[in-house]
Design a protein around this ligand. Structure first.
Ligand SMILES: Nc1ncnc2c1ncn2[C@@H]1O[C@H](COP(=O)(O)OP(=O)(O)OP(=O)(O)O)[C@@H](O)[C@H]1O
Length: 292
């Protein structure tokens, strides 16, 4: 008989639009007790997820189930990276990028059933200066939007779309320098995404060929579309066809230095001051995650 896994459930009560209310009842009802022994803790303030993940390691839990959005996943994953403690996700955020990439259902009852039958695989994570991200980082327009979105009251897809529309036409192109193997390449672009997985969240595929198990980071440079190019670009983003766009270019590698004009970046959707120089390094197969 398979071993019962000691599972710490970490719930962010303020993530997303409140889908996590009632989650304890669902877990008690649907999580397989023959496979998981549960303990449940709530985050009480920003970054508390990191402290709770440290408790999971100190208390010899086998796995953590993150109940929240990409920010909560990032906090917990950044602590579990390089350890034997596995990460599962019950998606309750606005974008749920990594959860979607892993194929976790957005419906919580179905997501719990998914966890019941999942196995554990190892995925890559990425170091960006002294921080870790698991899904997507970036500079330029998407960093600007993540900062704007954080300061907005509402969450969810439509509020995110509103933030994008409000700034899209006025946000200027930026200079980015990409340094790989001592070779400098100068670019101008609208955004530069650091893609470990293929999507931002909400099935917006900025890097359709990115894979969390290949030891490779896809750097995607996007040019600013003219207004009449937006419908086709949006179609290409949501149908995994963006690589066909003339606005898209990409380099792949495991280590880069990036120089930007600004100091703002985002890591897994959370805005962060990373400075003008960013050192990106893939940490291959460093995080255990649940996957069907
Ligand atoms: N009890 C709390 N009170 C206030 N902030 C919290 C609390 N618990 C966690 N946080 C913070 O909430 C922030 C948002 O969390 P998260 O990213 O999971 O949700 P979201 O922003 O709604 O989803 P998404 O990232 O998918 O848009 C994180 O930065 C986290 O540190």
């Amino acid at each position: 008989m398979p071993q019962v896994l000691k599972l710490l459930v970490i719930i962010n009560p303020v993530s997303g639009t409140g889908k996590q209310k009632g989650i304890e009842k669902l877990l008690n009802q649907y999580l397989n007790p023959a496979r998981f022994a549960l303990d449940i803790r709530y985050t009480q303030y920003a970054k508390h997820g990191m402290e709770l993940a440290k408790e999971a390691i100190a208390e010899s839990f086998d796995a953590v189930l993150a109940v929240g959005g990409d920010g909560t996943v990032n906090e917990i994953a950044s602590i579990l990276t390089g350890t034997d403690v596995a990460l599962g996700i019950l998606p309750c955020g606005s974008g749920n990028g990594l959860a979607r990439h892993l194929g976790i259902p957005m419906n919580l009852k179905k997501a719990i059933a998914w966890i019941n039958k999942a196995r554990i695989i190892k995925m890559d994570t990425v170091k960006a200066n002294q921080y870790i991200f698991v899904n997507m980082g970036g500079i330029g327009f998407d960093a600007f939007i993540s900062n704007k979105f954080e300061n907005m009251k509402g969450r969810g897809f439509w509020n995110y779309a509103r933030a994008v529309l409000q700034s899209f036409f006025t946000y200027p192109m930026q200079n980015f320098t990409i340094i790989e193997n001592h070779q400098e390449h100068h670019h101008r672009g609208f955004l530069l995404s650091f893609a470990n997985s293929d999507q931002f969240g909400n099935n917006a595929f900025i890097a359709p060929s990115a894979n969390i198990q290949d030891g490779i980071l896809n750097l995607v440079l996007l040019q600013k579309p003219k207004w009449y190019q937006i419908p086709l670009l949006a179609f290409q983003v949501f149908t995994k066809r963006i690589e066909k766009s003339p606005l898209f270019s990409q380099v792949k590698g495991s280590e880069f230095r990036i120089i930007q004009e600004n100091t703002l970046a985002h890591l897994d959707g959370e805005p962060i001051e990373l400075g003008q120089e960013i050192h990106l390094q893939v940490w291959a197969k460093s995080l255990k995650v649940f996957k069907v």
